[in-house]
Structures are given as C-alpha cells and as structure tokens.
Design a binder for this molecule. Structure first.
Ligand SMILES: Nc1ncnc2c1ncn2[C@@H]1O[C@H](COP(=O)(O)OP(=O)(O)OP(=O)(O)O)[C@@H](O)[C@H]1O
Length: 240
C-alpha cells in the first residue's frame, strides 16, 4: 500500500555557516491512510519543521516528501499549491479562522478556492459540521464560539472534501483538558478511514490517542511506540 505521507531522508538546514541550524537530520517517516501518528520531543527538536515540510509549506534542504504517491520535488509550485488545497488539511493551535466569515463559510472556503460551486460546497461543509456536532453553529461567527467549538470548526475545515492528510500542530494547546480530549477524539475519528494524521503534541496523555508516537530529538527520530489497540477507548471508558 502507498503511504499517504512519506518522508525519505528528509533534512532541513536553516541559515548559513557558521550560524546554520540543522532542524531535521535525515528523517524517515511513513504514515498510512487511516493512521494517526503523534510527534513528541523537546522544544527546538524539529517537530514543527517536520510538520511544515510534510505539509509542503516549506521545502526540505535534502531528501524527498511523497504525498499520496506524488513526489513533491517533481511537481511545479502551482501543482503543489493545488495539492495543499485538495489533499492536505491543517489545524493550528490558534485555529486560524477568518473572523469576517461565518462558521460554514470558513469550512467551505478551501473548496470554493478549488472551484467547487457555492451550493455544493455549502452542502459538503454542513455535512462536515454535522459530523462534528456544530450544525447549529453554521451561521455564527468565530468570535461567538467557545475555544473548543472554534477548534472543531478548524478540524471540519481540515477534513472537508477529499483530504487525505491531516496535519495538526499542538491542536489542543489553547484548550482545557476536557476540550483537549474532545479534539483528540475527533482527530482520531477523522483519521479512521482514508485520512492520515500527523500531530505535534507535548502531552503524552493526548498522544496516546494516536496509533503510534514518534519521538524526535535534535532533528532525528530517536524512538517510536505503538499504542495498543483499544487504548483510546480505555481513556474514555469506551465512548467514541
Ligand atoms: N525559520 C527559521 N530560521 C532559523 N532557524 C529556525 C527556523 N525555524 C526553526 N528554526 C530552528 O530549527 C530548530 C527546530 O525548530 P522547530 O520549530 O521545528 O522545533 P519544535 O520542536 O517545533 O520546537 P517547539 O516545541 O519549541 O515549538 C530550532 O533550533 C529552531 O530554532
């Protein structure tokens, strides 16, 4: 099976000698469709760099990134932008919702940018909101929502349409522990089928929602643990 995301010998060097920083050092990582992988590691170890490179928001200094079988180094800037809109969803700690758009408009924006008609986009957006328990908030503006609700809107926007890759950098960082658990459960659910998820978190309790936890230090993967099946349901007393 082709992995949804594949990093092959990926390195990233910022700056120039003598001030260069090797943020990633020949990282190999593959995430399959339906798999959720958590990245953990100390501050400055390269977690965010790994995520931005996996999401084609930055280019590696060496190595290859392959998304859904497509080698990004062999695509044009235009095609990469298209892939980012169509295949990859991003969830950030500060939600990144546009304040002047309603909840459903925020969710459907990536679809519309990609040419989906207004009505069709709205239908798909409402369905995604429904799945996240936010249908009744569709016409509200982001500043009328709680932090947990805003993060759920960001997840709806990230998984709407044909997304195959979900990338999240500290997606629960601004939330209390109850909302943090809810968001992790939703990310877990979003990654059950075709979507591959890669999340950065510093919270080992939340990381245990993932199928696999990858530990990174000084830009290198130093360890991996596989979460035993059913561990996430133990955390919630079986509620999914
Ligand atoms: N644009 C940049 N220019 C120069 N150095 C950078 C840049 N971005 C990141 N770095 C450096 O690369 C290294 C890895 O940074 P990165 O943000 O990936 O770490 P992180 O593990 O996500 O850290 P944190 O947990 O503190 O967010 C750090 O030493 C950082 O200072």
């Amino acid at each position: 099976m082709t992995a949804a995301i594949e990093l092959q010998q990926v390195s990233k060097v910022y700056g120039t000698p003598p001030n260069e920083v090797r943020a990633l050092d020949e990282v190999n990582l593959a995430v399959n469709h339906g798999e959720l992988v958590a990245i953990m590691g100390p501050s400055g170890s390269g977690k965010s760099t790994l995520l931005t490179i996996a999401g084609s928001l930055e280019e590696p200094s060496g190595g290859r990134v392959v998304i859904a079988g497509i080698d990004l180094s062999r695509t044009s800037g235009n095609d990469r932008a298209k892939m980012r809109r169509r295949l990859i969803g991003y969830v950030f700690q500060d939600f990144n919702l546009l304040p002047g758009l309603t909840v459903v408009e925020n969710v459907t924006l990536p679809l519309e940018l990609d040419g989906t008609g207004l009505r069709a986009a709205r239908g798909i957006g409402l369905e995604a909101l429904d799945r996240l328990g936010l249908r009744d908030r569709a016409g509200h503006y982001p500043d009328e929502l709680s932090g947990g609700e805003r993060q759920r809107v960001a997840i709806a926007r990230a998984v709407v349409g044909d997304r195959q890759v979900l990338l999240a950098d500290e997606p629960t960082g601004a939330l209390d522990s109850v909302n943090g658990e809810t968001v992790m459960r939703l990310l877990r659910t979003a990654c059950r089928d075709k979507v591959a998820g890669l999340i950065v978190t510093h919270d080992s309790q939340l990381a245990s929602w993932a199928d696999r936890v990858v530990f990174i230090r000084d830009g290198r993967i130093v360890d991996q643990t596989i979460t035993p099946p059913g561990a996430d349901s133990l955390l919630t007393g079986g509620q999914q």
